[in-house]
Ligand binder design. Structure first.
Ligand SMILES: Cc1ncc(COP(=O)(O)O)c(C=O)c1O
Length: 380
């Protein structure tokens, strides 16, 4: 049997990883500033994370949500503590799309409404409602198409307000990334998020903060949306939550009332996933990784802004994007194959940095000097 060929793949096989480094099957070392797409939060194969998972594996890996799983309560407690959302409640699932799917569903249950406001260039996942709320028609199958979703311009308070004046009473939820990831690292302005909060309060709609990529400390605070000083009703999360172990979730404000069977999953919140997620939060706290993301991220942003060949440096913490002009369009490939540095990309010609939150200053400095060399030596 062959693999269903849906991924454009780089011809590299990684066989070993540690911290912000990975090695291929020929023993070649790479610096990882991509983190497997913003997933590696505390660093590859962190010893505490490995130990926690190993210990759990020797006890029990999985049992269904039909029994008590105290690890879920332990995780909820720790998440409340690290995120500061102690009065929110946690529902666990397995991925970012699933988290958003549940968030949208819950908003619709709660408001008994159908309309969802999403934004241009948004990415919320590939399952049915999540993909319908994603601004990329090429990945929306005919069966996912729905009139219930509207895409409005990002960071445009006036258009959003006008839409609500007309249709606000039909809107179940607004879903927004605090920093658009797949869309090319576009930061939601504080004023826009404040306007979203106000409109949701005024019209009884739900504010969903998609924190799958920009959350979990990556921006230097736990949820990037919160820099606006207003709280969302639901935060969705995944990626960094398990440092590579698949786990996702939503946290919901006290305004939501749970009802048995309204949400559910077989694998979500299993013992092993909870152990991995607990290890992540413990390391984040112990090693002050949010603070590190801010310090190293600020350094990278400042240095990038000084490089004349690149422009549009944007982001927060360790979620950074910049534009490379068309004549440098193979720079990302050069960084990978010539200079052995993994970075991410977004079209057209955006390079994204999504490293582990434990990236150290040495690696950040090495990256900047290597990038300068790569740009100077660039041959189209
Ligand atoms: C903002 C955002 N939401 C949702 C998703 C979907 O997450 P997953 O691939 O885990 O389903 C992604 C994935 O890139 C994302 O960046």
């Amino acid at each position: 049997m062959k693999l269903f060929d849906v991924y454009p793949i780089n011809d590299i096989t990684i066989t070993k990883a540690l911290g912000s480094r990975v090695w291929d099957n020929n023993g070649i070392e790479y610096m990882d500033l991509y983190g497997g797409h913003a997933v590696i939060s505390i660093g590859h194969t962190h010893p505490h994370w490995v130990k926690r998972i190993e210990e759990q594996l020797n006890k029990i890996a999985f049992y269904s949500n039909s029994i008590k799983i105290p690890l879920q309560e332990e995780l909820a407690e720790k998440l409340g503590e690290v995120s500061g959302k102690k009065d929110f409640e946690l529902f666990l699932c397995n991925s970012g799309a699933e988290a958003n799917e549940n968030a949208l569903k819950l908003a619709s249950f709660h408001t008994n409404r159908k309309k969802i406001v999403s934004f241009k260039k948004a990415f919320h996942g590939r399952t049915s409602l999540a993909v319908a709320a994603t601004d990329n028609p090429s990945i929306v199958a005919p069966v996912n198409e729905t009139d219930n979703i509207v895409f409005l311009p990002f960071n445009d308070i006036e258009t959003l307000t006008n839409y609500f004046t007309e249709k606000g009473n039909e809107v179940a939820a607004i879903i927004i990334e605090g920093i658009q990831g797949v869309g090319g690292i576009n930061v939601a302005s504080n004023n826009f998020l404040i306007a979203i909060r106000k409109l949701c309060d005024q019209y009884g709609s739900i504010y969903i903060a998609d924190s799958v990529q920009c959350g979990y400390g990556r921006s230097g605070i736990f949820f990037s949306h919160d820099c606006a000083g207003v709280e969302a009703d639901i935060y969705s999360m995944a990626k960094g939550m398990g440092n590579g172990f698949p786990i996702g979730g939503i946290i919901v404000s006290p305004k939501f009332k749970a009802k048995h069977s309204m949400l559910g999953t077989t694998f979500g919140g299993n013992h092993l996933a909870c152990a991995a997620a607990l290890a992540v939060l413990e390391v984040m706290q112990k090693e002050s990784l949010m603070e590190n993301a801010k310090t190293v991220g600020d350094y990278l942003m400042n240095e990038l802004k000084l490089i004349p060949q690149i422009s549009g440096v944007r982001g927060r913490g360790l979620m950074i994007g910049f534009d490379v002009p068309d004549e440098y369009k193979n720079l990302k490939k050069d960084l990978l194959f010539k200079y052995k540095i993994f970075t991410g990309e977004a079209k057209p010609n955006v390079i994204r940095l999504l490293p582990s939150l434990a990236l150290n200053m040495n690696d950040a400095t090495t990256f900047i000097s290597t990038l300068k060399i790569a740009i100077t030596a660039y041959q189209p």
